[in-house]
Ligand binder design. Sequence first.
Ligand code: PMP
Length: 411
Amino acid sequence: MSDTLESLRAEYQTLREKGLALDLTRGKPSAAQLDLANGLLDIPLSTDHRDTAGTDLRNYGGTDGLVELREIFSELLGIPVPQLLAGGNASLQKMHDTVVELLLHGTPGGEPWVGKDIAFLCPSPGYDRHFAITQALGIRMISVPYLEDGSLDLPAIEKHLADSAVRGMWIVPMYANPTGSTVDEATARALVAMPAAAPDFRIFWDNAYALHHLTDDEPAPIDILGLAAEAGNPDRVFVFASTSKITHAGAGVAFFASSPANIAWHKKNASVQTIGPDKLTQLRHARFFGDAEGVRAHMRKHRALLAPKFAIVDRVLSERLTGHATWTKPTGGYFVTLNAPARTASRAVELAKSIGVAVTPAGAAFPYGDDPRDSVIRIAPSMPPEAELEQAIEALCVCVLLAEAELAVSR
Ligand code: PMP
């Protein structure tokens, strides 16, 4: 047995004896981040619950969402107000429902997808809950690995689009979950202009982290709907966003945006589903922020809490895993992707679990849970306090090194 394996086993045993209970699994805001938005809960609406047009927001109606709030996010997301709807609290539900609408009704003028061989392109590693939606709804998933530099493999995507079964594509354009990569304008232009065999091919542009910068650089979101219109494919893109990681993750507002034709299509479908969203929550958000600058200032407070945590992750990984693994250094969003040595991720996650460090299951960031290299581990640093986070990453590093050493002796 090598010295390394022995010393790592000893270190692992010491960690086990600590009885850790640490959680790096999901990208949830910490309590301190949630506290930043507690002012929302103190906004009195009992005597003032009307919008600027005088509508009583306690009642049914207003299915497009509160104009005042849509105006604020219109500026932030760079999307015209009429093309930006606000409703519900979860953008994931909007994504799910949009896929269901496509299955049942098809696109405007298109055929329903249900009963057909339908496939979605899934840039990978990607967001496990996207893949869960497509899998649950019977849609075939095609993994499209990101290139080494974190950019999308446009030639591969173009090749897949020659297949008329390919009707959709998931993409998180800014600070992607989990790679942290951001789509640049040239790539965005290519995606909306690319020929597609299926005339109803749709891109699910999930801009969940559009405002979630971790540095002074605060790039504006790409005007993807404008680019799609310019390219002659105005209806190709559905945009999703929410305040989940801006205010309170369980009590925020979701946004859905698209071309005028798609908005009309969605409104028709949604009209049988609801008589209007929770406009009081929307009103609280509009009053809490005041304007787009209010949201930007608020996001800087999140950054002040989050950036030190990302720095801890990077420091500990550098100290322990340099020469063994690589990892992303995101400038926004909620995740770090750790690329452990090939064939060690599942074992490392299992080792971590058995000493009380919970990590998202290996493979989760891939369609069908299949990471072909068994290498990717998603780290979500937001939730634990800094001291716990440091301990958890230290422990995870030991698990990665131990998994690597075990593999070396088994060869
Ligand atoms: N999209 C991405 C890429 C996410 O990472 C998350 C949260 N982890 C969501 C959507 C969920 O958004 P919501 O809370 O609006 O459903």
